[in-house]
Design a binder for this molecule. Structure first.
Ligand code: AMO
Length: 420
């Protein structure tokens, strides 16, 4: 475009005044552009006014493109007009030019400014690519996208981790998982569904991998068992990595990452094998039937070093909708997908038999009356089915080696944070 007239707009990344010549560097999500002002050419007034534009203001420049090997991206703009569209106040809440690192809380308080930093923005652009690749993958597998309600009347996962809300004269909650609805859709004959949407967990956790609002990628498939949906799940993860590796080289470079695409099939380890492996560690006192603690997960992750599945869990620690093995009801067809750093997904073949489901609900100390709307779908023909839920932010966080799940969520909601 050498010699062409263009209009360019962006944030003021920096201004530099070298006497008779000044540089105005603009930034947008694709990178930097240098505007070169020669005092003699632009006149005293424009030269002076440009020097006083505050950093991060939004500016529009009209001018001529000139090839300049020393400028960022090999060109500069010789302006004929510089207009401030929106001036930035000083001081800035944080420095988006990345010269000064600051606390996560400061960054989240001024998230709009934080995301102007290319390495922060890159993660969200990659997240969008992950979603696109997953949707394409699901469509390719003839899976139908659905939306289920987030305002609900009952707990999905059991337990008390629910956010109550006021819903006219009724008691209602924010949904913990689309679990019950996606299962009901199997009873509706929809056969293969997926949903990408928020889940709400009123957990008190304050960790690097828990939030109170998260995006879950849920899949449910009729006439499938746990093994079949595990291969759909590992296929989805591999596809997301492959798509990002192929289509996000700019963002990966900005983040300084060399993405290794994992290879399917992932290793499958039963819960019992995992306990045996963990007992090789000194001082571990885990009993069969205990949930695996963070330490054990970390140990397994370090030992295995890649994605793996944990299968055949004790029925006692998986939710009521998980199908127990017929010949060994103390073990069930539930599984977790693990990244060496943390759990990414859990899923199962489900109980599709009405009486067994009621029995399992009662065994878990829950009241079947509260589940009537769900149970009803099991009384008139329910195909056997299986499915899983995958945490989007955990997938992105582990893919991009982010320290904290909050770095994978634009406006995170945690125990202490409700704004912005
Ligand atoms: P589960 O409760 O294991 O299973 O959730 C599935 C996945 O969702 C993500 N996740 C979270 N991410 C961040 N913060 C949280 N507080 C949080 N809670 C969950 C995790 C987790 O692996 N109904 C089942 C799924 C199924 O069986 O289909 C369920 O919700 O990545």
């Amino acid at each position: 475009m050498d010699g062409r007239e263009v209009v360019l707009a962006g944030f003021v990344h920096e201004t530099r005044d070298l006497g008779g010549i000044a540089f105005l560097v603009l930034r947008d999500r694709k990178g930097l552009a240098q505007i070169t002002l020669v005092k003699k050419m632009v006149g005293k007034e424009m030269f002076k006014s440009v020097r006083t534009i505050s950093r991060e203001s939004v500016v529009q420049v009209r001018g001529q493109v000139k090839a300049e090997p020393k400028a960022p991206r090999g060109f500069e703009i010789l302006p004929t007009d510089v207009r401030v569209l929106s001036a930035a106040q000083v001081p800035l809440p944080l420095d988006p030019t990345e010269k000064v690192e600051c606390e996560l809380d400061t960054r989240l308080d001024a998230r709009f400014m934080d995301i102007r930093r290319p390495c922060v923005l890159a993660a969200f652009e990659i997240e969008s690519a992950v979603l696109r690749s997953l949707r394409d993958y699901f469509y390719g597998q003839k899976i139908t996208e659905v939306f289920t309600p987030k305002i609900v009347a009952a707990a999905t996962e059991g337990g008390t981790d629910l956010f109550p809300i006021s819903y006219f004269e009724k008691e209602a909650f924010l949904n913990q998982s689309p679990q019950l609805y996606k299962q009901m859709l199997m009873g509706a004959g929809m056969d293969r569904v997926f949903e990408i949407g928020p889940i709400f967990r009123a957990e008190e956790h304050d960790t690097r991998r828990h939030l109170n609002e998260a995006i879950s990628i849920d899949v449910e498939i009729s006439f499938a068992d746990d093994k079949e949906v595990m291969s759909i799940l590992e296929g989805a993860v591999v596809e997301a990595y492959r798509y990002v590796a192929e289509n996000c080289s700019y963002q990966l470079e900005v983040m300084g990452l060399d993405l290794q695409v994992p290879k399917a099939p992932f290793r499958r380890i039963t819960y019992t094998e995992a306990l045996e492996m963990a007992s090789e560690r000194a001082g571990v006192k885990m009993q069969w039937g205990d949930d695996l603690d963070t330490e054990t997960e970390r140990f397994l992750g370090e030992t295995i070093g890649e994605h793996y599945f944990l299968t055949d869990w004790p029925s006692s620690i998986k939710p009521y909708y998980t199908l127990p093995y017929e010949d060994k009801p103390e073990i069930c067809r539930g599984f977790d997908l693990m990244h060496p750093r943390m759990e990414l997904a859990s899923g199962a073949q489900r109980v599709h038999d009405y009486s067994l489901l009621v029995e399992r609900i009662v065994e878990k100390g829950l009241d079947p009356d509260g589940f009537e709307f769900y149970l009803k779908a099991f009384r008139y023909g329910m195909p056997p089915h299986a499915g899983w839920g995958l945490g989007l932010s955990r997938l992105v966080m582990t893919m991009l080696k982010l320290e904290n799940i909050r770095d994978a969520v634009i406006f995170p909601r945690d125990r202490r944070r409700l704004v912005p």
